[in-house]
Design a protein around this ligand. Structure first.
Ligand code: IPE
Ligand code: IPE
Ligand code: MG
Length: 255
């Protein structure tokens, strides 16, 4: 009952401040579908890649904000298994941007206690990106302040298929018994092993779909959409999303 203090006593404000959201428990795990870089760029008459650059800049700010709020787990969707369908120039530019991003951000992330993990099929990324990723994961592995999962060449269906393959392999070798396969065991075969499911999923740029993101993990995640394009998503919107999350009543199928 007392988890939902806001439902009963506090009127919904038009502007939400950090102080407002710190009065109630924060989501432990927030995930974001960072969408709208291209539309943001087009609306300004810039090439799409300028939108991705601005999006990367913004990611830095929102990671800082998560650290500031002491959010434990933060997952962002950066590149889907379907995004390879885009023109080669855009894919290439995104890959270079990724390498550049990790190169320039790694020291700050290390200093701020961020532990990085890439979820997705890293082996299919260009060599240079793979090297940067492995380096970043290794050098931040001892950190524990904020656990940042970056979904890169990530697909929810692909992740589930990979989990099934792992389960079949371990069952065939006798390491796993058929009767022991339940939700909990299954989760351990996903890329997100040991990370609790997201409490709050934010999508920018207005689409109301999941686009193959964290299909298994979002079974009971609260969904919040804004029409704001990712490069313009700020602390103001982040606080609004959290405030609304705090007003919702999660039932998980119960009463
Ligand atoms: C999200 O922005 C970033 C990626 C998918 C890589 P988009 O590039 O999808 O931007 P829109 O949706 O075209 O505006
Ligand atoms: C989802 O955005 C993927 C990322 C943000 C990385 P898309 O732009 O690829 O999604 P759709 O195509 O609108 O569903
Ligand atoms: Mg998009």
């Amino acid at each position: 009952m007392f988890h939902h203090i806001k439902n009963f006593f506090v009127k919904k404000p038009t502007i939400v401040t950090k102080e407002d959201i710190l009065k109630d428990p924060l989501p432990q795990h927030i995930a974001i579908i960072m969408d709208g870089n291209g539309r943001w760029a087009s609306s300004k008459g810039f090439p799409r890649i300028a939108g991705h650059r601005a999006g990367a800049e913004n990611l830095r700010k929102i990671i800082e904000l998560c650290g500031d709020l002491k959010i434990h787990y933060f997952t962002v969707y950066a590149f889907s298994t379907e995004n390879w369908k885009r023109p080669k120039e855009e894919v290439d530019a995104l890959m270079s941007l990724l390498v550049e991003y990790i190169e320039t951000e790694l020291d700050v992330l290390k200093k701020n206690g961020v532990k990085i993990k890439i979820i997705g099929n890293v082996e299919e990324l260009p060599n240079k990106a793979q090297l940067q990723i492995r380096k970043a994961e290794k050098e931040t592995s001892i950190n524990s302040k904020l656990f940042l999962q970056i979904a890169l060449n990530y697909g929810g269906r692909r992740e589930i298929i990979d989990a099934v393959k792992g389960i079949v392999r371990d069952t065939a070798s006798g390491q796993l018994q058929l009767d022991d396969i339940d939700d909990n065991t299954f989760s351990k075969y996903l890329y997100t092993v040991d990370v609790p499911d997201p409490d709050l999923l934010i999508r920018t740029a207005g689409e109301k779909r999941i686009s193959n993101f964290l299909l298994w993990q979002c079974a009971y995640t609260e969904f919040w959409v804004t029409s704001v394009y990712w490069p313009e998503f700020s602390s103001k919107h982040f606080y609004m999303a959290i405030d609304e999350f705090q007003r919702r009543h999660r039932r998980f199928g119960g009463l």
